[in-house]
Design a protein around this ligand. Sequence first.
Ligand SMILES: [Zn+2]
Length: 236
Amino acid sequence: MKITLLTGRTFDYAAALGFDIKVVKSPRASKLILRIDNKERIPVLTIPRYCSSKRALEFVRSNQEWIDSCLSKIPQIRQFQNGEQLSLFGKTYTVRHMPKARAGVFFDGDSVCVSGGREFLHRRLRDFIKEQAQKKFRQASQRLAAKIDCHVNDVCIKDTKSRWGSCSNRNNINYNWRIALAPDYVIKYLIAHEVSHLRHPDHSADFWNCVAFFEPRYDKGRDWLKEHGKELYIYE
Ligand SMILES: [Zn+2]
């Protein structure tokens, strides 16, 4: 005989609440947990084993304001557009879509021109920025490293969602490609920061002295990243 347990009953939370929500039933959870999946732009509710759907619903409803405020703060993902102005490596450029141009992506005065179909504009421009970043950031990192008698093994451009840069104990430095879109002093601060890690693998006073040796006003760049860094994540 088949027994359908009451707890096995399916319940449509999204329909009951009137908005999208991801529900995870976890036998290991000890209480109701609500979090926001920033990438999917959706609240995620974890329900422990012995918890009624009524209680779970009440819990979500009592946190409605918090959910709305979190969701409204997630920046909209967008793509590069023809005609928009971009700060690239500290200089302002206008994106120009030139479908018939032959040369891929190239700088032309105050413009950054992108050839090919419109549907490829974002990806092409992003790949171009990554390529340029690789060259420019590698050069800049090597130049600074030489000043403190250090050596950069390799510089990589990454698409991380949470970090601006990192430096490994093998002297490899990684930069997030989106930093290319930040003001010049922010880029300089980040490079000074990562290169200083070649000598100081921590965030000690000596480390910050080293950053200041490269960029005496590094606090400006650091503050900008704290305040505006998230805005650069609108580009995927
Ligand atoms: Zn650091």
